[in-house]
Every structure is written in C-alpha cells, then in structure tokens.
Design a protein around this ligand. Structure first.
Ligand SMILES: Cc1ncc(COP(=O)(O)O)c(C=O)c1O
Length: 395
C-alpha cells in the first residue's frame, strides 16, 4: 500500500471543504485544554457570541462536534418525535439526505418535490400545509450545493409559522457567504458547517436555535433517540452552568474562534459582497469562454457555480487534468446531475481573485485541447474588467 508522507498543496475550488486561513491552522495547533476548564469556558462563551453575530440572532448559538450532517440529524432527532409529520422541501441531493434521515428516525415524511435546478415555490409549501394541518415542522435548504440554487427561506419560514409549524433550515453552504438573518427571518433551527464560507477545516456544525424550538424539546413526551446529538444537552454544556456532556473537540473550537474573528475583521456584510463580486467575475468569465451556466441567474448561488459539461469533453479526465496539472479541485455532479455538470466553489478563504484567474486560465488551456472553440484570453479579460469596475476588494 502506498503512503502519502507529504500532504499535497491544492487550490480547492469544489463544493467544500474550502481552504482554511493560516491563522485558523495555527490556532488548531495550540495546546489542548480540558473541556471543563474555566479558561476553556471563556473561549466557548466568546465563540457563542461570535456565532450569534454570524447567524444574526440574539437567541442561542453553539457548535456541534460533527460535520454539517450532524447538525441536520440533531435537528430532526431533537425537534421531532417518532410519527411526527414533517414537510421536507426537496430540490437536490442534500434535501434527499434529509428525507433519508427523517425516514430512519421514523418521522412521517411529506415531500414537496420540484425539479432539480429550480427553487422551491413558497405558494406550493402553503398549499401542502393547508391540506395537512398537523405538520409539526417544515425543512428546507438555503443554498443547495448539488444544484447551485438558492431557496426563498424567509418566505418559507413565514408560511410555516402561519400554518403552525416550526421551520428548520440548512445553511451549510450559505452561512458567512450570503445574507442570512436567523431572527429577522424567524427561523427555529439552522445548522451550518465549519468548512465552507467560514473557512475552517471540516468537523464542526455551528447551529442556532430559537427559544420556541428549545421549549418544544423541553415538552417532548419521549427522549430524543440520540443522546450525543440531543440539542438541549449540547445547549446545556454551552450554557451558563456548562453541564458536562461529551468531550468537546477543543482544538477545532480554537480554529472556529479564529475563523469567526476573521469574519468580523472583514465585516460580515462585506464578506457577503465579496462572494457576490467574485462569483460575478467567475461566471461572466466562464460564459465568455462559451460555457453554459444552466441555473437561472436570479436563483444562482454566489459561492457555487454550476457549469454544464460541454459535448465531447470527458468529465473525469478533465477534472483529473485540472488536479494533476494545475492542482485545482472542482466538484463533480451528484445524483441525477452526475456526468452532466461541474461545480466550482468560491467559498471563504478560497474566494479570492487569484483563484478566479487560476481557474479561468486552467479551463482555457484544457478546454482548447478538447477542441472547444473560443477566443483565448477573453475570459480573463472579462473577469478582470468586472473586478476593476467595482470598488477594490476588501481582502
Ligand atoms: C447544503 C449541504 N447540506 C449538508 C451537507 C452535508 O454536510 P457535511 O458533508 O459537512 O456533513 C452539505 C455538504 O456539502 C451541503 O452542501
């Protein structure tokens, strides 16, 4: 078996993880502390404050030890009981994961299925909720990373509450990269991932939870099926009394703290704008290379661009060449989009002008070798024009 002694350098422009800032990597290697050490409590109190500001909430926020999927499972298993009815808005691979998880937890699952590549229509959510007045919770994904689509979360949240249901949202890909307002949008539970626009390594799921959702857990008739992912127990560890739960991943929390400090040194809203501006440069550069971006620009994500694979180009070979010759990772299509699209991420620390130009240059070289016809240099000039037209990037 071959071993890899040196971790290779990569320009990671896939759907996540994204690169971590050197300050985050340094923080990860700080000395280990006990998870019940009073000095460590000061650190998690600071992290809780920074997370609240990131989610834009004055309610509770903390981080679960586990990736984004742990945040997803914690929501279903803590907020609902066996047999409870849930409406899952389904328009992509990660929504399908929600359905699989909810079924394993023996929830009574209703789905609103819309075509991949399109957004959820809040009117249809309302119609289903009117037919089923016993739905306890609605769930949706803010930024669907498998299709590159942004869903109208604020409106879906409003309709859920009008119909007496809680609202849970996945903001794994959107948090710190696009506008997200937990309190203003009246969300009950939101979970994210450390590895995307927050620019930390994978392994933590930052979450926010409303007082209404916490009291729903308190009123449960049965205990949540998962002890480890019981949101009320994790909230108690992060709360004033710091009640012991599992051993916290202390070094990961040091890293998250550093990445959150970086968010506010830049400015949260400025960071949202950075993602928008660079996405525009990338997308217009790709279009000027003759590539097709199939997602309607009104609902297309900034942090993840979907590209239709041109006829005659071998998907795997192209991505492998990008990796081997240019050290650039991009994502393949998932599920029904496999072999049809590529997914290019510009998230957090990976979302910098140099990466836009590196990707466009590499695409130009590799595509021209496949016989795809376009004027060389145009994509870089287009991206450069867009970046210079706007005020300088605060980066
Ligand atoms: C929108 C979305 N939700 C959930 C997940 C699952 O997160 P994780 O892989 O961190 O468990 C991902 C991962 O890419 C995602 O993009």
């Amino acid at each position: 078996m071959s071993s890899l002694n040196q971790i290779p350098r990569r320009i990671i422009l896939g759907p996540g993880p994204s690169s971590a800032h050197p300050r985050v990597l340094k923080a990860l290697s700080s000395p280990v502390m006990g998870y019940l050490d009073p000095d460590y409590f000061s650190i998690i109190e600071e992290v809780e404050g920074l997370l609240k500001d990131t989610f834009k909430t004055s309610q509770r926020a903390f981080a679960i030890a586990g990736s984004g999927s742990a945040g997803m499972e914690a929501g279903f298993s803590s907020l609902l009981e066996e047999g409870d009815k849930i409406l899952i808005c389904e328009n992509g691979h990660f929504c399908e994961r929600m359905v699989l998880m909810a079924k394993r937890l023996k929830l009574n699952v209703l789905t609103l299925n819309v075509e991949w590549g399109t957004a959820i229509d809040p009117v249809q959510v309302n119609e289903i909720l009117k037919q089923h007045n016993d739905v306890k919770m609605v769930s949706s994904i803010h930024a669907e990373t498998s299709t590159g689509v942004m869903n109208p979360i604020k409106q879906i949240s409003e309709i859920s509450h009008q119909n007496g249901a809680l609202f849970m949202v996945d903001c794994v890909t959107s948090l710190a990269g696009s506008e997200f307002r937990f309190d203003d949008w009246d969300i009950d539970y939101a979970y994210s991932g450390s590895q995307k626009c927050l620019a930390s390594p994978p392994g933590l799921s930052p979450v926010a939870i409303s007082n209404r959702a916490l009291s729903t857990i308190e009123k449960r008739k049965t205990l949540p099926s998962s002890w480890y992912l019981d949101l009320s127990l994790i909230a108690d560890y992060w709360g004033i009394e710091h009640k012991a739960h599992h051993t916290a991943p202390v070094n990961m929390i040091y890293g998250l703290r550093e990445s959150l400090k970086l968010v506010f040194e830049e400015g949260l809203e400025v960071r949202w704008k950075r993602h928008k501006k660079l996405a525009s440069a990338l997308k217009k550069g790709l279009i000027s290379m003759g590539l097709s971006l199939p997602i309607n620009s009104k609902i297309a994500l900034d942090q993840l661009t979907v590209i239709e694979i041109p006829d005659g180009v071998n998907d795997e070979e192209f991505r492998l060449n990008l990796l081997r010759k240019y050290l650039i990772e991009i994502g393949r299509g998932l599920g029904r989009f496999q072999g049809k699209i590529w997914r290019v991420g510009l998230m957090g620390e990976s979302c910098v002008p140099a990466n836009v130009f590196a990707l466009l240059q590499a695409f130009e070289e590799l595509l021209s070798q496949t016989g795809h016809e376009f004027k060389k240099g145009d994509s870089l000039a287009t991206a450069s024009k867009i970046l210079s037209e706007t005020s300088p990037l605060p980066y």
